[in-house]
Design a binder for this molecule. Structure first.
Ligand code: NI
Length: 406
């Protein structure tokens, strides 16, 4: 290891600091011009152009709007590590009063994907400047459509982004309005839940409200099903295993004096692993159909599977935590709990060892503490002074010292 390598961390930190204003400007441009999932054409163009201005040629048009950039160090085939950022915005009207407020009505970067993308562009610029200082190749993936099922990750994998060359591991960051800016959150094992849309259609027999004995009331059946489904989590799932079932919409009826024929219930089911997803589905079906039948009606249960649960490979995550502690200082790293939201990074982490970590962006003194997916979500942009360098450092450490997955 030469002196340059010894000082590599300092060099990266200085490069990251020096480009801070530039990365803020990139983030603000993306923030002001948000695009919905699978429509990120201008965003993709902007990423490609910005990288080009720094002499970096990304492959574009991967599943339409995705991009991939390889930064080859010395001995490029030695080991490959992938980094991923998502690019899409949400159908939310921004209410922040900031100069870089969304210019698109009803569309907003309310999940921080603008920051993820800007940060990964910053990582690319840094890595290119220090490519003589590491061995192997770093593959940067700009992925569309994280927010909308089936998501952009699966398409990019099918398009071959995990081949030629094949990465040994993949890292991604996600902003968190729960963690103070400057800190990072890590969890080993399950980090995000799987997401499933539950739909139950209850069939009865329509009738006059005055003659319920002549009808089969599907509203009463639905009410019993809703109450009974609460036992799926509380009585059938190991209490130390995260699982949530919420009925979020009920559709039925037309008037005060008509017993309807049909009731539609929809909701969300999330678990922390795939085996549990199947068990929950089976329990919901057994309970709902049993109750409907016992009351003279019938019902159909559908569980539309969304993203799988995201699993952080424990060995990779341990190495990434150690590298993050070296870069940030030990007191800046904190453990976090599994989050019951979903993430299509899950598909990458199913294919190869993955580590998905949280970048704290909260700053209460600046009034920045909204949750993601809210109209007031924002980030403390001071994190953009280190986040791009951190990712470069993590990738290089994993190239140099990484082993396998768990
Ligand atoms: Ni997000």
């Amino acid at each position: 290891m030469n002196t340059y390598m010894h000082n590599l961390k300092d060099t990266i930190q200085q490069l990251a600091k020096a480009q801070h204003e530039q990365i803020i400007a990139i983030r603000r441009h993306i923030h002001a011009h948000p695009e919905l999932s699978f429509q990120e054409h201008k965003t993709a163009q902007f990423i490609a152009t910005t990288l080009q201005e720094h002499g970096l040629a990304a492959q574009t048009g991967i599943t339409d709007t995705g991009l991939v950039l390889h930064i080859a160090g010395q001995n490029p085939t030695k080991r490959v590590i992938a980094l991923r950022a998502d690019m899409d915005a949400l159908p939310i009207q921004e209410t922040n009063k900031v100069p870089y407020k969304s210019t698109v009505n009803g569309v907003m970067h309310a999940c921080g994907h603008d920051a993820h993308t800007a940060s990964l562009i910053g990582t690319a610029i840094i890595l290119d400047k220090i490519k003589d200082a590491f061995e192997g190749t770093i593959k940067l993936i700009f992925q569309p459509a994280e927010e909308k099922s089936p998501g952009g990750a699966i398409g990019m994998i099918q398009a071959g982004v995990l081949k030629n060359p094949a990465p040994a591991a993949i890292l991604a960051q996600h902003v968190s309005g729960d963690i103070p800016a400057g800190k990072l959150g890590f969890v080993k094992g399950p980090v995000m839940a799987n997401t499933n849309e539950l739909s139950i259609t209850v069939h009865g027999k329509a009738g006059h409200a005055a003659c319920p004995h002549m009808a089969v009331d599907p509203i009463l059946i639905a009410a019993h099903i809703i109450v009974a489904l609460q036992q799926v989590v509380s009585r059938h799932i190991d209490p130390i295993t995260p699982c949530v079932l919420s009925i979020c919409k009920i559709d039925a009826g037309t008037a005060t004096n008509i017993i309807p024929e049909v009731v539609h219930l929809v909701g969300s089911v999330r678990t922390s692993n795939e085996a549990l997803r199947d068990k929950v589905k089976e329990k919901i079906t057994t309970i709902a159909t049993g109750i409907a039948a016992s009351m003279g009606g019938s019902c159909e249960v559908k569980l539309l599977e969304g993203y799988p649960a995201t699993y952080n490979d424990p060995a990779l995550t341990e190495r990434t935590i150690q590298a993050a502690e070296e870069y940030m200082g030990k007191d800046q790293i904190q453990p976090v709990d599994l989050c019951m939201a979903g993430e299509d990074f899950a598909y990458f982490a199913q294919a190869i060892p993955g580590c998905f970590y949280f970048l704290g962006v909260q700053n209460k003194s600046m009034g920045i503490d909204s949750w993601v997916h809210t109209p007031t979500f924002n980030i403390d942009e001071k994190v953009l002074a280190f986040a791009p360098g951190l990712m470069a450092w993590l990738a290089i450490q994993e190239l140099q010292h990484g082993g396998g997955g768990s």
